[in-house]
Write a protein that binds this ligand. Structure first.
Ligand SMILES: *[C@@H]1O[C@H](CO)[C@@H](O)[C@H](O)[C@H]1NC(C)=O
Ligand SMILES: *[C@@H]1O[C@H](CO)[C@@H](O)[C@H](O)[C@H]1NC(C)=O
Ligand SMILES: *[C@@H]1O[C@H](CO)[C@@H](O)[C@H](O)[C@H]1NC(C)=O
Ligand SMILES: *[C@@H]1O[C@H](CO)[C@@H](O)[C@H](O)[C@H]1NC(C)=O
Length: 533
């Protein structure tokens, strides 16, 4: 008996999966929300006991000073050259205050991202020393945003991410997405995402669409397909062309920032792990202490409203007409306190209203977690939508660009919010009516609370889903059995066009035969009758 123990121990040791994995999280610094999502993933895996390396090509300098990571310490920066830095500086989001791009609102942004990634890829190809230094870390898996796969408007070789995993020989990749849904990512792993009921990434429509909306949604869906990806060559000699679609389909899992209890219901593959809400820690938010300044502001009146358009869109850059209308509404509601995240000191237009407080920075999560805050007026950025959903605040959503339209439609289904369009910011009657409703109609409060309870009680937390699936993927690498066969089916067989045609021919043939026989019988009877007569 005694000699069994060492053997048993050995068996246990070898059959157990490794408890700690090495992850590479690739995160170009180019837009706040994308960076926040990937940093949260990195931190979650670090806290779960894994070794995480955060590889950060700097593109937009101002984000370099923001502390996104709390627990991950192994950060490798790649500094931009002059040209790349210039592309990063060129970002101008203020145009979205003035123009509607509809389903094409992503085009200008994607064009800029293209230029960035192209430049970055060229730079990296010239100097692979950063990657060479990472080679001995023997990464088990790489996590990155699938953005670069789909952002291929120009014929450029910028899809550098598969090239990095190829160069470092990483066996498991997790293409991820900081928004709720990415049509291109779904397509490449073979996930059904018909534009007839799944709103595309930046769709301004919900899941119930009119004919015209379905047409536009379909055009939005197809536009990615028309802009086919460029040939991408390996960083390794002999620099073979990489088949991006094929590489993506080999991902064991993809992580998307969607939450099934919040998002539109739709069919997904077992590969798609919806970790939406991972950035929200309700316990932590409730523990946050408000500064004395904000505590005093909330004490002043029975009801308080927070207005914030996020960190990318500046309230100070909105057209004056909108500013004046907002101020008029605030003036008409003297019993309600308004806190407005506003970036400059030039606030003369507000004429010192006693119930309006401007602040360059607002403790958004602490305010949303405070029961004294009644409602939130926001641009429907996904971060804000997740936070207000988890914390159960009624909201007025005014989407301005990118995925904000989809986020607003997604939340609207829960009946705890009011959705306006940008131009309504210049319509006093409409804005006032909406603010009145969100403050006084109790149903918004009740529905928002219901949603928050559902999110907090979901059976598997986004945190556990991420950790467990990231570990499973790192352990097994590509899992071919998860790759659906229908990915390889032709259009005709997938949509059963051949079957429908075949069955139609049979049916028509049968009906024709039936008609023929019936006519024959009738004629025989008729002739007999005639003869008898
Ligand atoms: C993680 O890092 C630690 C410290 O650098 C190292 O000892 C350990 O072997 C690493 N884990 C793996 C799985 O490589
Ligand atoms: C881009 O790809 C093409 C063909 O795939 C190749 O000939 C060209 O050298 C690449 N350009 C860069 C800058 O890597
Ligand atoms: C959430 O925050 C609390 C308090 O700060 C912390 O104890 C807990 O571990 C956090 N949960 C997650 C999933 O990060
Ligand atoms: C929202 O309201 C509509 C219309 O009254 C109703 O059909 C739907 O079930 C409601 N949804 C929720 C989540 O309460």
């Amino acid at each position: 008996m005694r000699c069994l123990f060492p053997t048993l121990f050995l068996v246990l040791l070898t059959s157990q999966p490794i408890l700690s994995y090495n992850y590479l999280v690739f995160c170009p610094l180019f837009a706040h929300s994308h960076h926040k999502f990937l940093a949260k993933i990195a931190d979650t895996l670090t806290l779960a006991g894994h070794n995480v390396t955060f590889l950060v090509p700097v593109i937009v300098r101002e984000y370099e000073n923001i502390k996104y990571l709390e627990h991950t310490t192994d950060v490798v920066y790649i500094q931009p050259d002059e040209e790349l830095e210039k592309i990063g500086e060129d970002a101008d989001y203020s145009m979205f205050w003035k123009a509607d791009f509809g389903i094409f609102s992503f085009v200008p942004a994607v064009q800029r991202f293209n230029k960035m990634f192209e430049q970055f890829s060229d730079n990296l190809r010239k100097d692979l020393s950063v990657l060479d230094k990472l080679k001995d870390r023997k990464f088990d898996a790489m996590i990155f945003e699938a953005l670069a796969f789909c952002a291929h408007q120009n014929r450029v070789n910028f899809s550098q991410f598969p090239a990095i995993h190829d160069y470092l020989g990483i066996k498991a990749i997790f293409p991820s997405w900081s928004m709720t849904h990415m049509t291109e990512l779904s397509k490449s792993i073979g996930e059904p995402a018909s534009p007839s009921f799944v709103p595309t990434t930046v769709s301004p429509f919900g899941d119930q669409m009119t004919f015209q909306e379905r047409l536009l949604n379909t055009i939005g869906d197809l536009s990615g397909f028309l802009l086919a990806p460029p040939a991408m060559r390996s960083y390794k000699y002999p620099h073979q062309v990489l088949d991006i679609e094929e590489i993506k389909s080999k991902a064991p899992f993809v992580f998307v920032n969607s939450n099934p209890f919040l998002d539109f219901p739709r069919p997904t593959l077992s590969k798609t792990i919806a970790i939406g809400g991972i950035s929200v820690n309700v316990t932590q938010m409730r523990e946050e202490k408000l500064s004395e300044e904000f505590d005093d502001i909330l004490k002043k009146r029975e009801k308080s409203v927070l207005i914030s358009f996020g960190s990318i869109l500046r309230s100070s850059e909105m057209p004056d007409e909108y500013k004046y209308t907002i101020v008029r509404v605030i003036k008409s509601l003297p019993d309600v306190t308004f806190i407005w995240k506003y970036e400059t000191k030039d606030i003369k237009f507000a004429k010192n209203l006693p119930n309006l407080h401007f602040s360059k920075w607002v403790p958004q999560t602490a305010l949303l977690a405070d029961s004294r805050l009644t409602a939130f007026i926001t641009h429907a950025g996904l971060g804000s939508v997740n936070e207000l959903s988890y914390l159960g605040k009624p909201a007025i959503l005014i989407p301005i660009f990118a995925d904000q339209f989809r986020n607003a439609m997604m939340l609207a289904r829960h009946n705890g919010s009011i959705t306006l369009v940008r131009k309504d910011l210049g319509d006093f009657e409409k804005l006032k009516k909406s603010v009145d409703a969100i403050l006084n109609d109790e149903s918004y409060q009740i529905n928002a609370k219901t949603l928050s309870h559902q999110l907090e009680s979901q059976p598997f937390s986004p945190h556990d889903l991420l950790v467990k699936y990231a570990e499973y993927g790192a352990r097994f690498g590509e899992i071919p059995s998860l790759d659906p066969y229908h990915r390889k089916m032709s259009f005709v067989s997938f949509f059963m066009i051949d079957i429908i045609l075949f069955l139609s021919v049979i049916l028509i043939g049968f009906v024709a035969l039936l008609v023929f026989v019936v006519r024959l019988i009738l004629r025989t009877i008729l002739i007999r009758k005639l003869k008898i007569n």
